[in-house]
Each structure stands twice: as structure tokens, then as C-alpha cells.
Ligand binder design. Structure first.
Ligand code: SF4
Ligand code: SF4
Length: 402
């Protein structure tokens, strides 16, 4: 399918545009749209990078033994690169810097894609060397997502009496199901719109962090009921705004995005695309026992809620230490009330700053007759939509042939 299909422009909608039409009671009929682009952005722990670069002239060292980049430990190999000065590495998105516990593999990947200088510290079999390094000095830099773009997530609450620290929280998750943490982009998610993955086969082209990549298949722990995707893409063309690092109360995590296109090839495909947030179950589990405590749908997360944070800087009382800055998981608040473009609208600052400088309606979930507020979103719907819009524009311009 090309940009000009049968002599006419190909008709592409993003999933967000399609769902808005459905909600407004004006859905396109089958045959009125040729393709729908989907997207998702959020914490995807199963992301790693394969990096390779020349660290020294041939013969300077026999083999690298251990390597960190910006303090983030890497696994050396699998190729040994004996005496040739090259180093091959695998860096996990969840590796934590030895120099800064709030900096991990996800932050490093974003810094590399942003063309920032990084520092490699290399222990070799015969000594130690350091090397300043940018992405463009690498001969290979590829991200591999071993598990991402989950169709179904669970929301989490803490049913115990005391707060707990978990990978699903930034601040301690308060007890007695007093608050909720959520993940997933709901109705715009690729697998949500193609639940049997008929259009997400191994070899399908996808955008990973805005760069063209390829689906490798389903990811680890994928099942028919809860599918997720595995993909690979080179880092050189990635968009730093569609990726990054995130720090939960258990350590550094990796933010990753996917965008895929679903050709509306038959009525079964078209029927699957009709799903909206109101029809997507979101079970609420106790974070420790993993037993269900409630049930909701993604409409409670993404419909009628605020996708961005409002800042009222006049409310700032200039605390001795700005707790909002200290706890922002995306490093978007280096200065109080000055939110940078790193913000992923996770809601943490709306809770951590007790002076009300930051506000957003994050929605609520009913548990045992009480409304528990959503206090953390580990996915950013705006960026999921941005990834899907980017793919739509590539198709419409003819750069991407379906
Ligand atoms: S926590 Fe809130 S009130 Fe205190 S310095 Fe930070 S932004 Fe200002
Ligand atoms: S919503 Fe607040 S805490 Fe979350 S990333 Fe944005 S600025 Fe940081």
C-alpha cells in the first residue's frame, strides 16, 4: 500500500483520531480508512542496547574486562574482540549508574540519542582507560526491546496497612488502597487494536522511539490473553523525546515508545479497531499479593482526565529542599515549578508538593465503595499519540510504505 493507493491519497488515521470519531458518534464506515497508526509510551523494563565502538588502537589491550558508560555498568561481549581495540557491550535499560542512583540505562540511551558526550571507563586485561564517547562515534548502537507495548496491564494499590516501595511507585505507595498506580496507553496501544496480532508478525516494520525498526515477535511472558511485543531498532535516528529514564522507588527504569500501523484490510481488523478506553478492562491488584482488589477500565485513566500538569508558581513557598524536584522520576524539575520537556505527566509532583504548585486531574478508581485517586501514571498518553502521529505523517508523505 503506497501513499497514493490506486491513484488516490492513502487515508490514514491515528488510533486517537479514530476513537474520538467513535466517541462523537461519527465513526468512519468500513472502507473509509485504509490504515490506522497506534502508539504507546511508558516504562518498558525489558529494553537493552547493543553497543560497539573502537576504544583504542589495535594491540593497545587484549580484551575489555568490565566497562561502564556514565557509570552505568555494561556486560562485555558477547564477541571477545581480542587485540583489535574494539568493545562490544550490552547495556540494560534498568542498569543503575555506580555514580548516581537516579541515573540508569534509560537515561544513558536518551543522552546518547541526544548526541551528548558520555564517558566510558574501561578495565582491560592489562590496565584502565577512559574514553569520551558520542553516539556518532559508535559503529553499532541498537535497542532491543525484549518485552514492551503490553496489551493488558494491571493497576496497583497497596492493601496492607503500611506504605511499600515498589517498581510501580515513585513515592511510597500508601496503604489501605488509598491510592492507585497505573500503566498503559489504553485504546491507542498497538496490541489493544490487534489483539490476535494478525498485523504484528515477526518482520513487521515498526517505530521504536521514533526510529524505524522491526518486530522480532512476541516478548517474554507474552500470552494470547496478555500479549506484548519484542522489537529492535538502530538508535541513530531515534527521537530523544520518545524515550528516556524514569526512577521508581526501587531504582532506575527505561521509558520506551512503539508505533505501528494496522492496514484496515478486512472487517475483522476493522471490528478490532473499534475498541475504546471504556471497553478495556484494567484490573486493580494488590501490589504485594497480586490478588485483585477492584476492577476498572481505561476510561477512568484517560477520559476526562488531564494529560498535562498545571503549574501555579505563586503557590510556591520556597521550601528549604524542593521535594517535588527531588522526587520527579523523569528529572523534569531541576528548578522548582520550571517543568522541562522531560516531563511525562506522571502526576508525582501533584502529590509530593503539598503547597499545590502542581495540579492535574488524574482520575479515581472505586475500591470498596471509596474513590482512590490515581497518583502515578507510568505511561504518557500524549507521547504515545505523538509516536502514532509521527508514523501517520511518514505514511502520508510516502516515506513509509505499508
Ligand atoms: S515543594 Fe512545592 S512549594 Fe516547596 S519548593 Fe518545591 S515547588 Fe515550591
Ligand atoms: S508530572 Fe511532575 S513529577 Fe512527573 S515528570 Fe512531570 S514534572 Fe516530574
Amino acid at each position: 500500500m503506497s501513499a497514493a493507493e490506486n491513484g488516490r491519497a492513502i487515508r490514514v488515521m491515528t488510533a486517537a483520531e479514530l476513537k474520538d470519531r467513535i466517541r462523537r458518534g461519527n465513526p468512519p464506515a468500513f472502507g473509509e480508512v485504509d490504515a490506522v497508526t497506534c502508539g504507546t509510551f511508558g516504562v518498558m523494563s525489558g529494553t537493552m542496547a547493543v553497543l560497539s565502538f573502537q576504544a583504542a588502537e589495535a594491540g593497545v589491550f587484549e580484551k575489555a574486562v568490565s566497562v561502564t558508560i556514565n557509570g552505568v555498568p555494561a556486560a562485555v561481549g558477547p564477541c571477545p574482540n581480542e587485540n583489535n581495540g574494539f568493545i562490544d557491550l550490552i547495556v540494560l535499560g534498568t542498569s543503575v549508574s555506580k555514580k548516581n542512583e537516579k541515573y540508569g540505562g534509560g537515561h544513558l540511551f536518551k543522552d546518547l540519542v541526544s548526541r551528548r558526550k558520555t564517558e566510558a571507563e574501561i578495565q582491560t586485561s592489562s590496565g584502565f582507560l577512559t574514553k569520551e564517547l558520542t553516539l556518532d562515534e559508535m559503529n553499532t548502537a541498537r535497542l532491543i526491546v525484549t518485552r514492551g507495548s503490553f496489551k493488558n496491564y494491571s493497576a496497583f494499590a497497596n492493601a496492607a496497612a503500611s506504605p511499600v516501595l515498589t517498581i510501580f511507585s515513585v513515592l511510597p505507595l500508601q496503604g489501605n488502597c488509598a491510592e492507585i498506580t497505573v500503566s498503559g496507553c489504553g485504546e491507542i496501544n498497538p496490541a489493544q487494536n490487534d489483539p490476535s496480532l494478525r498485523h504484528h508478525r515477526p518482520g513487521t516494520r515498526v517505530l521504536v522511539n521514533g526510529a524505524e525498526g522491526v518486530l522480532l515477535g512476541t516478548g517474554t511472558r507474552s500470552s494470547n490473553e496478555k500479549p506484548n511485543l519484542s522489537a529492535a531498532a538502530d538508535m541513530f535516528c531515534m527521537d530523544p523525546d520518545l524515550m528516556g529514564g524514569f526512577v521508581t522507588s526501587k531504582g532506575a527504569e527505561c521509558l520506551t515508545s512503539f508505533a505501528t500501523v494496522i492496514p484496515v484490510s478486512d472487517e475483522e481488523t476493522f471490528a478490532a479497531l473499534q475498541i475504546t478506553d471504556a471497553g478495556i478492562p484494567l484490573p486493580v491488584m494488590d501490589v504485594s499479593s497480586r490478588r485483585p482488589v477492584s476492577d476498572t477500565v481505561y476510561a477512568d485513566v484517560w477520559q476526562g482526565t488531564d494529560l498535562e500538569i498545571t503549574v501555579l508558581k505563586e503557590k510556591c513557598v520556597r521550601c528549604e529542599e524542593c521535594v517535588a524536584s527531588r522526587t520527579c522520576p523523569a528529572g523534569a524539575l531541576e528548578t522548582p515549578f520550571m517543568i522541562s520537556k522531560n516531563c511525562v505527566s506522571c502526576l508525582t509532583c501533584t502529590v509530593s508538593c503539598e503547597s499545590g504548585v502542581y495540579s492535574a486531574n488524574g482520575g479515581t478508581v472505586l475500591i470498596d465503595g471509596k474513590n482512590a485517586p490515581i497518583h502515578l501514571r507510568q505511561s504518557d498518553r500524549r507521547r504515545g499519540e505523538k509516536a502514532a502521529s509521527l508514523l501517520k505523517s511518514k505514511i502520508e508523505s510516502g516515506e513509509w510504505v505499508i
